[in-house]
Design a binder for this molecule. Structure first.
Ligand code: ADP
Ligand code: ZN
Length: 220
């Protein structure tokens, strides 16, 4: 099963995506993480990607689609994956549908929408801290989920940092772009009867409800 996580920046796609990945034994694929890695490279493409990301703009569809297709041909995602941050536009959703139809005709595809009010999003994002150890990548929040020791990851002891694009100005832009695309994207999955929406207030409760939904969906 391919599970698509939809939601504004800071809605919890990464946090919940990782828990689901662990519980369901599916690889977690985050396009944000892939692009952050590429943006550190000193290539032309790396430089362009960095500019898009730091300004809060989307990476162009062609680049995103090629990147994800290449990733989805790898062995660890041949039976399914948690897709975090992809698709973000209807063009990307169509490309995913066509790719799966061709390469994984048996696979089910479902979307989970994390629906969080905008006012809360900004607060979540500007307080977000991320573990700098790539293999870990644990996500914290200064207000709602602080680490035990300031600036240090509970899980692996590495340093915690704020993402460059997690400032008020950029988040407002990312949120606008999200709203420009989200209605059509959500309609796309709703039409396919493959959408579950939830306002994830308490993390554990949200995960439990999502997993119950997925259990039901698998049996359909
Ligand atoms: P968030 O969901 O918190 O905005 P992500 O880590 O998912 O953060 O993405 C960070 C940035 O990476 C985005 O603002 C965008 O520039 C780029 N990006 C990630 N996924 C996509 C995508 N599917 N399409 C276009 N751009 C993307
Ligand atoms: Zn860590």
């Amino acid at each position: 099963m391919y599970i698509v996580m939809l939601g504004a920046p800071g809605s919890g796609k990464g946090t919940i995506g990782k828990i689901l990945s662990h519980d369901l034994g599916l690889t977690h694929v985050s396009t944000g993480d892939i692009f952050r890695e590429q943006s550190n490279k000193k290539t032309e493409l790396g430089k362009k990607i960095r500019e898009y990301m730091e300004s809060g703009a989307l990476v162009p569809d062609e680049v995103v689609i090629e990147t994800v297709k290449a990733r989805l041909l790898e062995e660890d995602v041949k039976d399914g994956a948690i897709l975090d941050g992809f698709p973000r536009t209807v063009a990307q959703a169509e490309a995913l549908r066509d790719f799966l139809k061709e390469n994984r005709p048996e696979a089910k595809r479902v979307a989970i929408e994390l629906d969080v009010p905008d006012a809360e999003i900004v607060r979540r994002v500007v307080n977000r801290l991320i573990c700098t150890n790539k293999a870990c990548g644990e996500i914290y929040n200064k207000e709602t989920r602080p680490p035990k020791q300031e600036g240090i990851c509970d899980v692996c002891g590495s340093e915690l940092k704020r993402r460059k694009d997690d400032n008020e100005e950029t988040v407002t832009k990312r949120l606008d772009i999200y709203h420009q695309n989200s209605k059509n994207l959500i309609d796309f999955y709703r039409k396919n009867n493959a959408l579950y929406s939830i306002y994830p207030q308490e993390l554990e409760v949200a995960v439990k409800k999502i997993e119950e939904f997925l259990e039901e969906y698998k049996r359909k």
